[in-house]
Design a protein around this ligand. Sequence first.
Ligand code: SF4
Ligand code: SF4
Length: 370
Amino acid sequence: KPMEGRISDIGPRKYDSFFPEVIKKNFGKWLYHEILEPGVLVHVAESGDKVYTVRCGGTRTMSVTNIREICEIADKYCDGHVRWTTRNNIEFMVTDEATLKALKEDLAGRKFAAGSYKFPIGGTGAGVSNIVHTQGWVHCHTPATDASGPVKAVMDTMFEEFKNMRLPAPVRISLACCINMCGAVHCSDIGIVGIHRKPPMIDDQWVDQLCEIPLAVAACPTAAVRPVKSEHDGKKVNSVAIKQDRCMYCGNCYTMCPALPISDGEGDGIALMVGGKVSNRISMPKFSKVVVAYIPNEPPRWNTLTSTIKHIVEVYSENANKYERLGDWAERIGWESFFELTGLEFTHHLIDDFRDPAYYTWRQSTQFKF
Ligand code: SF4
Ligand code: SF4
């Protein structure tokens, strides 16, 4: 039924129609909130009402069975209410301590198998919350890595930090499976970014049958694509040429033209970016910077990737001050010291000369002394 005051009924219903009663009653009248223990928050309202929130890690791709089980828990303890955070954590909210205790015990008892967690409680405060990733490896044109695979491997490595809050500050880890970064990875403490390292291949036979050549030309941000006459099977065909030294392997042309495939088992891999954040505590929000230019795709467990991330987080944890995000710490000690302490190699691959001041990189930083 149409919602009152809504111009149309297109899209999801207005958010407040989903509020639990206690949230509806105390909307806009909350006094404070605190984290009682990893994964458990309490919000206290002016009326004295309390809401206890239990946060659990969720899988990003969920089966119907998994969602049904989540709904069953929500029906049992939360009058059917449940919410997902932007990091795909699942949050159950209850209003008294006895239900909170029963809910926590129930969640802890649900397992896929002995020793595994189905609904691990955590992801709050100064730890590693759920890792978000883009979904392109399933359906998109340009992924250079799997998304769920590396995320699962990294989260398994970092899992103790999901359940504890012993890091100096939150560490947000995100993955984008190509440099288009539709998952906003560029503002994460640690960004895992799929990269191509070779220009697209040109399939002359199909270019003018599968794509509008002007669109493929216009799609290139560096003007590397131009229309040419080529030859296939002894016949003249309309095709394109790619100026190799202009190409930054973004794959935009492939999005426009399926005859320009860019995926390459040998060339594709992962770059690691560090130090971004959207918070303005201590310092302004900032973009992450590339600190490892290339890590090969190593399914099924991405060992180099996981050990590099674990190492960066360990060094950060040992050296940063309380409340300092990874980027704040690196800026305070100087990025030269970041590379010295972590032992990561600083190479010319980490330097670019892109001129837009919104994306200042190493070369434009007068503080950088290597
Ligand atoms: Fe597609 Fe790139 Fe987004 Fe992945 S990050 S879903 S490949 S645009
Ligand atoms: Fe241009 Fe990107 Fe295609 Fe290279 S991959 S030719 S930079 S659109």
